[in-house]
Design a protein around this ligand. Structure first.
Ligand code: TNX
Length: 534
């Protein structure tokens, strides 16, 4: 473990007496160990970033470009420099760890890996005035960084944010902007919800109608909502994310939340009736038929096209909210139950076991293509697929059950502050939301390792934590950002910082500085407000 010496040594300002946005230590997420020293490192027109390996040089150039833009200084990358960037595989941290030493004479950043080095540089950026994130030159700023010794590493390897590009489409440029901001705060997974009842958002060459038909929804007022990503755009976004050390987890929903696909290829449902993408929210009864073979063939074809676009380890198959009504009335589904011996058993209905059969067949496909399957916690029902990772959203129970059976888990429980589609302020004045009330403090206070798992010594199966931004009522990027920020910064701190180093009062102070950084990226964040009178 890394010792935490910050509280003992740093006499930083308390919330309420911040005189300038750039006072004190403002790093989010809070590092595991930080000592504040005397003096400052001054950025000047002569500052050079020193890096010798190609990987370190790429990272140096990434940040030098940002520094040049905001300061207007001629900051260059060379073999030797005042800011030294080093990759040192012997560093005693986990793979994403780094050390950062700032003195008046110079700065040294060592990353255990390129990713660790990138995070060390992000911390240096956060020691500089917040205007360093400006997209244009800012005059009149004293570009200095507080002298510190930092040793840091993340608590969890999976620090995720989910975007729902289905209920409303999110344009490529806005996805990139979100990736930029995620990287500032050391989030490293973007879960991309690409298919749902209301829209199919990814080009599949073998099934062109998915996007020709399935990507357009006409709402009750006759307004068209549409959009999809071409495979070329997906590749571009994946590369953009990788340059920021973010891995994208693609999600192709099955067997429920499938109406957009079924609208394009009606034969995929039990009854095969013509239908449009769903025009309202909620849960759709028409799902993939589990009795026919066509849906399995279709999904395997789709997965075979999606897998090569995403280099990450996980493939998300959805699995949530699949009503069993159409399967109950479908002779082929009932025949499948008979043939496969899926009769009700151990408190699981036959249809739940049929869903488990469906998911387990898909797990084999996902594994055949070299990926690990991850799904929402409903994949526990009727029996969990052998190697599945579970995303626990309906509370922590699913995650606790999965971890106790030695399965990996990502915690994302809605009731514990991980649903960013909820209101974060008084619903009397906030934009319409699907419901729920999740304050910044509530998100901040979540600890993803439940005591029961710690007691069972199974908490190491919790691989990380994610917040979800479902977009039913997020009609545009401004509204999306308004719901996402600043709560995504609280997410970043619970995912990265050890519990003993968290402090909400200090986080509230640091967030004032972060708002200016978000301004630099033109993010439409929410500012926590007191409750409004009735
Ligand atoms: C449930 S969370 C859903 C989503 C909705 C969300 C609204 C999950 C796996 N499924 O389809 O958008 O509630 O909060």
């Amino acid at each position: 473990g890394i010792a935490f010496s910050f509280m003992a040594t740093a006499g930083y300002a308390q919330a309420g007496d911040v005189k300038s946005y750039n006072e004190g230590i403002n790093i989010i997420p809070m590092p595991q160990s930080l000592t504040q020293n005397k003096g400052f490192f001054q950025l000047t027109d002569q500052t050079t970033l020193g890096a010798t390996t190609p990987e370190a040089k790429t990272i140096a150039e990434f940040f030098a470009a940002k520094m040049r833009t905001a300061t207007g200084y001629n900051i260059q990358v060379a073999d030797k420099g005042d800011i030294k960037l080093i990759i040192d595989s012997k560093l005693k941290t986990n793979d994403e760890g780094y050390t950062l030493n700032v003195t008046p004479k110079g700065v040294t950043i060592k990353g255990k890996t390129a990713q660790g080095l990138f995070y060390g540089m992000q911390s240096l950026m956060q020691l500089l005035p917040a205007e360093i994130e400006s997209p244009v030159k800012v005059e009149g700023i004293n570009w200095q960084a507080q002298a510190v010794n930092i040793k840091d590493e993340p608590r969890f390897g999976y620090r995720g944010l989910m975007i729902d590009a289905c209920r409303h489409f999110m344009p490529v440029e806005d996805v990139k902007k979100q990736l930029d901001v995620m990287a500032l705060f050391k989030l490293n997974r973007m879960h991309w919800h690409l298919t749902d009842d209301q829209g199919w958002r990814i080009e599949i060459k073998k099934y062109p109608k998915l996007t020709e038909v399935g990507s357009t929804r006409i709402d009750g007022e006759g307004t068209e909502h549409k959009g999809y990503y071409t495979q070329e755009e997906v590749k571009d976004i994946v590369k953009y994310a990788a340059d920021r050390f973010i891995t994208i987890v693609p999600e192709i929903e099955l067997p429920g939340h499938e109406l957009a696909a079924i609208s394009a290829y009606p034969e995929l449902s039990c009854q095969g009736q013509p239908i449009t993408p769903r025009i309202i929210w909620g849960v759709e009864d028409i799902v993939m038929c589990a009795g026919k073979e066509e849906p399995f063939k279709f999904l395997e074809d789709v997965i075979s096209e999606v897998v090569p676009l995403f280099p990450g380890e996980y493939f998300h198959i959805g699995g949530d909210e699949c009503p069993k009504t159409s399967w109950k009335n479908c002779p082929l589904c009932q025949k499948r139950i008979q043939d496969e011996g899926l009769q009700a058993e151990d408190g699981h209905s036959a249809e739940e076991r049929l869903q488990s059969y469906f998911v387990q067949r898909m797990e084999k496909v996902v594994e055949k293509f070299g990926k690990k399957m991850i799904g929402w916690d409903e994949i526990l029902e009727g029996g969990l697929a052998p190697s599945a990772t579970v995303m626990s959203w309906r509370g922590e129970e699913g995650g606790i059950a999965a971890a106790s059976m030695d399965h990996d888990v990502i915690m994302t429980p809605g009731g514990n502050g991980m649903y960013l589609d909820h209101f974060q302020g008084d619903s009397k004045v906030e934009p319409v939301s699907i419901g729920g009330y999740t304050t910044l403090e509530k998100t901040y206070s979540y600890n993803p390792t439940p005591d029961t798992l710690v007691a069972m010594k199974k908490d190491h199966y919790i691989k990380g934590v994610q917040a979800n931004v479902w977009s039913e009522y997020l009609y545009n990027t401004a509204l999306r950002e308004y719901r996402t920020f600043p709560r995504a910064l609280a997410l970043s701190e619970i995912a990265w910082t050890q519990v003993k180093n968290k402090n909400y009062k200090d986080f509230e102070r640091r967030i004032n500085n972060a708002y200016v950084r978000l301004d630099g990226h033109n993010v439409n964040y929410h500012i926590p407000q007191p409750e409004q009178p009735n």
